[in-house]
Design a protein around this ligand. Structure first.
Ligand SMILES: [Zn+2]
Length: 886
């Protein structure tokens, strides 16, 4: 909305119509607008970043609205609501003239992003001359990294009220898009927790729960999967509505080392990204660093810690969209409390800690200053090292303000060059796509788990990809595809994104010197989404022609009910079949998992679902099939060799202090309509679990963490402690009495260490040089006759990230144990990085161990990791469902 109109509405109440024209003239002058914007200090009652002061999200929103009301340079937009229903805000800041024509500039920007809409180089040049640079800054994705959100208050105020030539040039050349908080829920949680404990012995206590309602610190890892509301809203801003050419995501890091990281990042680069993106990220990062050096700031580093390899960390995702994705990481205080660090003596070199430790950063213990910084060697990437001292929230805000304005200034000055880079990158992507290899990526709809196929396509569409659908059957690279097949033509601007997200990752082997082993990735190395989701995606090399329709929305095709009879049969292959089971059980229908069933002369794979009896079953099945996109067959099924299901009573363990895997699991259970109860360490210590639960689920966490819980000295008493030996005893009683203990990831160590499960972890204690596999996709062989593997294929892709490897012990033969999935004897790595394949050959990935009347399900492979590997969700779902079967 344009501001003058708002002022008219606003003033009409107070003044008679006679004065109106005079007032409109008066407020049209920008000086009048400037005066209408309150200074932050006046509004919040303290300067931004003042010691131990945090502005809370509701007040920040109120302030930003006030600024927008008082300034014709600022628009306030509530894009939607966060998970916990707080406003998710986008500020649009530019000159009044630009904002008046914002739709025009949006359409020019959109055309530069899509060179297919530009007829000639001449036209491109003309558009670039006229265009504005859309530059996005996103703040405080990780909610304890509070600085950027606080900084945004001052940044908006300056842009709304200052008249310097630098500010006017920014406003003229740039359309500044600002998301003041990527995680409003977390901002509120952290602010309230901090204020509550201020001045008490718990002043430095960590939050006892995740600072995003479901995914905590992992919220940036949702960047291409779009599972969470906030990521979905960002997807709309990024790839549908605004298309920023430059995108800076402002984070914070540990407290003990450099003060700020700026771009460029370090090797390896990702081969699918256009080189101009790396160069422009470097250019803009250097502009930020230079602005900080001009201001005399210390401890500015580039080319360290963060690599250019990985998809899935928010702004990183911009690179595959021809956007210049940028990162700043500023050293942290303790939320809003300053930290002290001992001074280093550069003449006394000390051995630096390993990189993982540096990434984590040292924590200051109460009352004692941090040890002095290690990295004090002056060099081109770090000319004026930080040597220690005091570091406060205001320091963070200052660094971020300079970094933000340094970027805006460089954006204004380099506007034309940056836009040319954007245009050329898009143009080259389209030319490569036309040439082929790949020409297209095709995805058949008629795969075993059709709803998951559709979900994959929906996820790709959220990332801004163009999706076509074949209207007829066709042939490509010699293979036939039916009508309805999804086609991603590679001649589209975001070709790199589609290709990178769907192809197998091959992590570059970079050695620092001949004979030195290649450097291993520090984080996720493989993400191939088709593999993770169990959906076949085919890269077609040669150009082909067929009738295609561009899809505007990706709908779930309704499932069908066919046949005649009193019972209904569903395949176990679609994940949604288990959602259907949950609905049917809840509605009171009898449901069975069959070992073997023949319907209409056709034999079905083990795990087929049969539902019988009850009123309105026909219409219930019809509506379930329709909404979930799964097919059902009505038949008379006289004899069943089957397991009867009940609604499983599931407990999900939640440690105090928060656990991201718990959050993801909770989200996944809710999405798939599994009921659950959250339990805490004290519930396990108390015992009597069998009375209330059929299954107890432990998320990925170490055994020590399970046993000892939150140990921070400052943690309030009620959140301290783990399950302890009493809890172990209770869990054993639970299993022996008939319960199912399901362990995800590292928590499998609990049943190995404490319940003598007949396995050992084959990679425990193995040196990193010998075995290392962070975030990669591996091939496993599955026993599909095992109820935990019902609905799976005999060969599957599973996610491995520093997981345990189960090696059967001699006691394996005597205990009632079964292997659900094992590694083959060769070609194990499908995507990512695997050092030391021999450690996996023929070893066990997933197992079941009986104990007394109950059992333990060992899922060290990350079957539901970050809610991405749809292809292995069933292993968890089956473990839960069968815990209540009889
Ligand atoms: Zn962060």
């Amino acid at each position: 909305m344009h501001c003058t109109e708002r002022h008219m509405l606003h003033t009409r109440k107070r003044f008679s119509g006679f004065w109106l024209p005079v007032l409109v003239l008066a407020i049209a002058a920008s000086v009048a607008f400037g005066q209408a914007v309150p200074a932050p200090e006046k509004f919040f009652g303290h300067p931004v970043g003042a010691e131990k002061k945090l502005a809370r999200w509701d007040k920040i929103v109120e302030y930003l609205q006030l600024v927008a009301k008082g300034s014709d340079r600022v628009l306030f937009q509530e894009i939607g609501k966060s998970t916990q229903n707080h406003p998710f805000v986008l500020m649009v800041i530019s000159s009044p003239a630009n904002l008046k024509n914002i739709d025009h500039f949006k359409s020019i920007n959109r055309r530069l992003f899509d060179p297919r809409t530009i007829a000639s180089e001449e036209e491109a040049r003309a558009l670039i001359r006229e265009a504005k640079l859309f530059l996005l800054v996103t703040c405080s994705m990780h909610a304890t990294e509070v600085g950027a959100t606080q900084m945004s208050i001052e940044a908006v105020h300056r842009l709304a009220s200052e008249h310097s030539p630098e500010i006017l040039s920014i406003l003229d050349q740039v359309v500044f898009l600002l998301v003041p908080s990527l995680n409003p829920d977390g901002q509120i949680m952290v602010t309230d927790w901090y204020n509550k404990n201020l001045g008490t012995p718990s002043e430095n206590a960590p939050l006892p729960w995740l600072y995003h309602p479901y995914v905590g610190h992992d919220n940036n890892r949702d960047a291409y999967m779009f599972t969470q509301k906030e990521t979905q809203l960002m997807g709309r801003i990024l790839y549908q509505d605004w298309l920023p050419a430059v995108w800076l995501d402002e984070h914070q890091m540990g407290s003990a080392g450099p003060r700020i990281f700026v771009m460029p990042a370090m090797d390896p680069i990702n081969p699918n990204v256009d080189p101009v993106i790396y160069r422009n990220a470097g250019l803009l990062g250097f502009a930020q660093a230079a602005a900080l050096e001009r201001a005399g700031k210390e401890g500015i580093i580039y080319g360290d810690m963060y690599t250019y390899w990985w998809e899935g960390a928010m702004a990183w995702c911009g690179w595959w969209h021809n956007m210049v994705g940028m990162l700043t990481e500023v050293a942290s205080a303790r939320v809003a409390t300053a930290v002290e660090q001992q001074k280093a003596d550069p003449s006394q070199p000390r051995t630096p800690p390993p990189p993982e430790e540096r990434m984590r950063g040292a924590q200051q213990e109460e009352g004692r200053p941090l040890p002095p910084p290690y990295d004090v060697q002056s060099r081109s990437a770090y000319p004026r090292p930080w040597l220690g001292g005091r570091w406060s929230l205001r320091d963070i805000v200052d660094y971020e303000l300079i970094a933000t304005f340094g970027l805006l200034e460089a954006g204004a000055n380099l506007r034309a060059q940056l836009l040319e880079g954007l245009y050329m990158a898009g143009k080259r992507q389209i030319e490569m796509g036309k040439k082929g290899d790949p020409f297209a990526i095709v995805v058949r709809q008629d795969q075993a788990d059709r709803p998951t196929v559709v979900k994959l396509i929906q996820t790709l569409a959220r990332g801004g990809l163009e999706i076509h659908q074949a209207q007829d059957s066709f042939t490509a690279d010699g293979a036939n595809y039916p009508a309805g097949t999804y086609v991603l033509l590679m001649a589209q601007p975001f070709r790199a994104y589609a290709k990178d997200l769907l192809e197998p990752q091959v992590y570059p082997k970079i050695s620092l010197a001949p004979g030195v082993p290649p450097r291993a990735p520090y984080d996720v190395a493989g993400w191939s989404l088709g593999m993770q989701m169990g959906v076949e995606t085919v890269f077609v090399k040669k150009p082909f022609e067929t009738r295609l329709v561009r899809l505007q929305a990706i709908e779930m095709p309704p499932g069908q009910v066919s046949g005649k009879g009193s019972a209904y049969f569903m395949s176990h292959e679609p994940n949604n079949s288990l959602v259907a089971v949950n609905r049917l059980l809840k509605a009171g229908y009898d449901s069975w998992l069959t070992e073997k069933v023949t319907i209409g002369g056709k034999d079905y794979a083990p795990g087929g679902i049969v539902v019988r009896g009850g009123k309105d079953l026909g219409s219930t099945m019809a509506s379930i099939a329709k909404s979930l996109g799964i097919d059902a067959v009505a038949a008379n099924v006289p004899n069943l060799r089957a397991m009867r299901l009940r609604v499983p009573r599931t407990a999900l363990y939640q440690p105090w202090g928060g656990n991201m895997d718990e959050g993801w699991t909770r989200w996944l259970l809710e999405q798939n309509e599994f009921a659950y109860t959250t339990i805490h360490p004290e519930d396990v210590r108390r015992g009597d679990l069998l009375k209330s639960f059929d299954a107890v689920l432990f998320p990925d966490m170490g055994v020590n963490q399970i046993l000892n819980g939150a140990t921070a000295r400052s943690m309030p008493e009620q959140y301290k402690g783990g399950i302890e030996e009493a809890g172990v005893k209770n869990l054993r009683g639970f299993v022996e009495g008939g319960g199912s203990l399901i362990t995800l990831g590292q928590s499998t160590g609990l049943v190995i260490d404490k319940f003598a499960a007949p396995f050992r972890d084959g990679v425990r204690g193995v040196k990193r040089e010998d075995f290392f596999c962070p975030g990669s996709i591996l091939r496993v062989l599955v026993d599909t006759t095992h109820p935990i593997a019902y609905g799976m294929k005999e060969e599957a892709n599973a996610y491995f990230t520093n997981s345990m490897v189960l090696e059967p012990m001699p006691s394996f033969a005597t205990m009632q144990s079964s292997i659900v999935a094992r590694y083959p004897n060769a070609d194990i790595l499908k995507s990512g990085w695997l050092q030391g394949e021999s450690y996996l050959v023929n070893k066990v990935g997933i197992a079941e161990v009986k104990l007394g009347k109950g059992r333990m399900v060992l899922l060290p492979l990350r079957v539901q990791h970050r809610a991405q590997p749809y292809g292995t969700f069933k292993l968890l779902f089956n473990a839960i469902l069968t815990s209540a079967a009889y």
